[in-house]
Design a protein around this ligand. Structure first.
Ligand SMILES: Cc1ncc(COP(=O)(O)O)c(C=O)c1O
Length: 385
């Protein structure tokens, strides 16, 4: 092939292959149990799969409307009303997206300009920072204390300036499994009142929250909701991450801008899955039962490894559990994760990759969205280390 004269400068020069691809590829190569990437190894409800088939057989195979089919947006509005007593107008304030990642991308693309500052909390989901960078924004990263992952709101206040355009929060939090409390949200509300700062509230694990705690959605706090893009993922809620369907909620003024971008990067989202999801959402138990479903998995996993050398604080939400291995080895978390995969046949994610300056706190993230059988096999490996 003739060589292309490269005058092209990468827009994301420092972005490596995602750790999820790295660990999953290594897990396949070494035939290891894969507790690294965040997806279930069990099936979505068969009724939901049948409903997608039916929608395809019924001819729902052409473009869906740009913001998503109305019945799905309407079902989401009803869910928000039921759970939080807040009303989002399905016509103007809800858009169906190709997963939450696209919703996050589009919200940032629609609002962040060159030199705008965006405050994020690390460890953070890996799409935030490169997306901010793509649109010329500057990430202001706050490293959370690795012991408790609590946000120091006084410190955040000190970082806010005229350039601050957005703050991104994530609750329940991947990878720590920590949740933001009502007190956290009230402090954030006080900080943002009387500013023009936009909030991006990543709530993809909204329905995976344990020990009787309540999810504190940004929608519940008026001075947050009025400026918030809230992003959500059906993949996480209904065990079908591969369908890549999610949604975004925002007040009309913000949603108008969101849709201007949305119509040019995806235009519209997979139609038959939307038809099926609209029907499935009408039964609240389909999402309300998720808390106890995953709490049982967390409890099973933790009870099985309670005598291992790993240390842990039980996850409060999400389907991730952090395990500290400082009693086992001085290796870096990355090296230990690779060795575990190669030699012990179990894959996890080293959380330094999500931290500021790759801070290594000797912690690995394990996904417990797995069958009980897989969790038992995983525990028996971890107990033998
Ligand atoms: C915190 C967080 N936000 C967003 C996403 C993306 O969700 P989706 O698969 O719907 O794009 C994930 C998925 O792992 C996540 O953990």
């Amino acid at each position: 092939m003739p060589s292309y004269t490269n005058t092209f400068v990468s827009k994301l020069p420092e972005v490596p292959t995602s750790i999820f691809s790295v660990m999953s590829t290594l897990a396949i190569k070494h035939n290891a149990l894969n507790l690294s990437q965040g997806f279930p190894n069990f099936e979505s409800d068969s009724k939901l799969i049948e409903a997608v088939n039916k929608a395809m057989n019924d001819g729902k195979n052409q473009y869906a409307p740009m913001p998503g089919i109305f019945s799905l947006r309407d079902a989401i509005a009803a869910k928000m009303e039921n759970l939080y007593g807040v009303s989002y107008n399905p016509e103007t304030e809800i858009t169906i997206t190709a997963g939450a990642t696209q919703a996050i991308f589009t919200a940032i693309a629609a609002t962040i300009k060159k030199d705008d500052e965006v405050i994020i909390f690390k460890p953070a989901y890996d799409s935030y920072e490169p997306t901010i960078q793509l649109f010329g924004g500057k990430t202001i990263a706050v490293q959370l204390n690795p012991e408790d992952f609590k946000i120091d709101w006084k410190l955040v206040k000190g970082l806010i300036s005229d350039k601050t355009k957005m703050i991104i929060i994530n609750t329940p939090h991947n990878p720590s499994g920590r949740i933001l409390t009502k007190q956290d949200m009230l402090q954030l509300e006080t900080l943002l009142k009387n500013t023009n700062i936009i909030l991006l509230s990543d709530e993809v694990y909204e329905h995976i929250i344990f020990d009787g705690e309540q999810h504190q959605s940004a929608a519940l706090f008026p001075a947050l909701a009025e400026r918030a893009f809230i992003t959500a993922s059906f993949g996480k809620t209904f065990h079908n991450t591969g369908w890549k369907v999610g949604y975004c909620l925002a007040p009309k003024e913000l949603m108008d801008e969101f849709r201007k971008v949305h119509q040019f990067n995806v235009f519209s989202v997979n139609h038959p899955t939307q038809v099926a999801l609209a029907e499935h959402l009408k039964t609240p138990n389909n999402y309300l039962e998720l808390n106890s479903f995953y709490q049982q998995k967390r409890d099973l996993f933790l009870s099985l490894i309670k005598d291992s050398k790993f240390e842990f604080i039980p996850s409060k939400g999400t389907y991730f559990q952090l395990l500290n291995f400082k009693n086992i080895t001085d290796e870096s978390d990355y090296d230990f994760a690779v060795r575990l995969t190669q030699e012990q046949k179990i894959a996890a994610i080293p959380i330094s990759v999500f931290n500021q300056h790759k801070l290594d706190t000797k912690v690995l993230r394990f996904c417990f969205a797995k069958t009980d059988e897989t969790l038992k096999q995983a525990a028996s490996i971890l107990n033998s280390i």
